[in-house]
Design a protein around this ligand. Structure first.
Ligand SMILES: Nc1ncnc2c1ncn2[C@@H]1O[C@H](COP(=O)(O)OP(=O)(O)OP(=O)(O)O)[C@@H](O)[C@H]1O
Length: 268
C-alpha cells in the first residue's frame, strides 16, 4: 500500500548554531520532502548531527541557534518549549546510531512503545498494545505479540535498532531523522535496516533525513543527497547527479575516497 505523499516537509534556511561562543553551523540550507529520503553526508565534525539536533530543539546546553526551521508552516526555532514538546517525538522523530540511546534497558518493549503513545496521543490499554504490536510487525520483528513482553537485551543489535525505529514511529511522525542508524551494526544487517527505512518512507510518505558519513550507505537509499563541510551544505541535488557528476571538489574527494564506486541512478 502506498500512501499519498503528505504536504508537510521540513525546510531549513540559513541555520546558524554556536556552542559556547564557537560557531559550528554557518548557514545551513536543506529541504526534506514527504516520501523522500534525503541523505546528509560529510566528514566527522562537519555539523550533520548538530543540524538534526537543532531541528528537534535538542542542541547541547549553551548553544544558540538562528535562521529558520520551517515545519507545517511554523518556525521550530522560535517555538515555545511547550509547543515544541508536542512536535518533538510525535511529528518529528529521531533514530540514533546506538539503539541504547533511545531504548531503556529496564523497560519492556511494550512499555517503551506505549508510553510514547500515552504521552503524545493519549491512547492507553488495549488500543495502545494493539498499535504497539502493529508497529513491531511494520519493522519486521518476528512474533510481535511475544516480542512486546521482552526487554531490549533479549534482541540482537539489528533487531534493537528496528525496535528503536518502531518507537520513533509510535506517534505517526511526518519527519524521521536517522543519525548514522547503521554505523554501529554488523555489515550483514545494515542493508536490512536501510531497506526498512526506504520502505517506511515509501509506504508511510515519511520525509526521512538520513545522516551518515558513508556515501556508500546513502547511495543505496537516498533520493537527494546533500554534502556538508565545515558547518555548511556545499552541494545538494538528486543522488544520481551528485554521485555521478559532483560539482564541488569536496564531494569529489569524498567519492574518490570510497573503496567501491557508489551505486548510480538506477540502483535500488
Ligand atoms: N557538545 C558539544 N559541545 C561543543 N561543541 C560540540 C559538541 N558536540 C559537537 N560539537 C562540535 O560541533 C561541530 C559539529 O559536530 P557534529 O557532531 O554535528 O558533526 P558530525 O558531522 O555529525 O560529525 P560525526 O560524524 O563525527 O558525528 C564539531 O566542530 C564539534 O566539535
Amino acid at each position: 500500500m502506498t500512501a499519498e505523499p503528505r504536504a508537510a516537509a521540513l525546510t531549513i534556511e540559513g541555520l546558524r548554531v554556536s556552542i559556547g561562543g564557537h560557531d559550528v553551523l554557518h548557514g545551513v540550507d536543506l529541504a526534506v520532502e514527504a516520501g523522500r529520503v534525503h541523505g546528509l553526508a560529510g566528514e566527522s565534525g562537519s555539523g550533520k548531527t548538530m543540524t538534526g539536533l537543532a531541528v528537534l530543539g535538542l542542541l547541547p546546553h549553551g548553544s544558540r541557534a538562528s535562521g529558520r526551521i520551517a515545519f507545517g508552516g511554523r518556525d521550530l526555532l522560535g517555538m515555545p518549549a511547550r509547543v515544541l514538546d508536542e512536535v518533538r517525538g510525535a511529528k518529528i522523530a529521531m533514530v540514533f546510531q546506538d539503539p541504547a540511546t533511545s531504548l531503556h534497558p529496564m523497560l519492556t518493549v511494550e512499555r517503551q512503545l506505549t508510553e510514547h503513545m500515552r504521552h503524545h496521543l493519549g491512547v492507553g490499554g488495549r488500543e495502545a498494545r494493539d498499535r504497539a504490536a502493529g508497529l513491531l510487525a511494520k519493522v519486521r520483528i518476528p512474533g510481535p505479540r511475544e516480542a512486546l513482553k521482552r526487554y531490549p537485551h533479549q534482541f540482537s543489535g539489528g533487531m534493537r535498532q528496528r525496535i528503536a525505529i518502531a518507537v520513533a514511529l509510535a506517534c505517526d511522525p511526518e519527519v524521521l531523522i536517522a543519525d548514522e542508524p547503521t554505523t554501529a551494526l554488523d555489515v550483514t544487517v545494515q542493508a536490512g535496516i536501510l531497506r526498512l527505512l526506504r520502505g517506511l518512507c515509501d509506504d508511510l510518505g515519511l520525509a526521512v533525513l538520513l545522516v551518515t558519513h558513508d556515501l556508500g550507505v546513502m547511495s543505496a537509499v537516498a533520493d537527494e543527497v546533500s554534502v556538508m563541510k565545515d558547518g555548511l551544505v556545499v552541494e545538494t541535488g538528486p543522488r544520481g547527479r551528485v554521485l555521478r557528476e559532483p560539482r564541488h571538489p569536496y564531494t569529489r574527494s569524498l567519492l574518490d575516497a570510497l573503496p567501491v564506486p557508489p551505486a548510480g541512478e538506477n540502483s535500488p
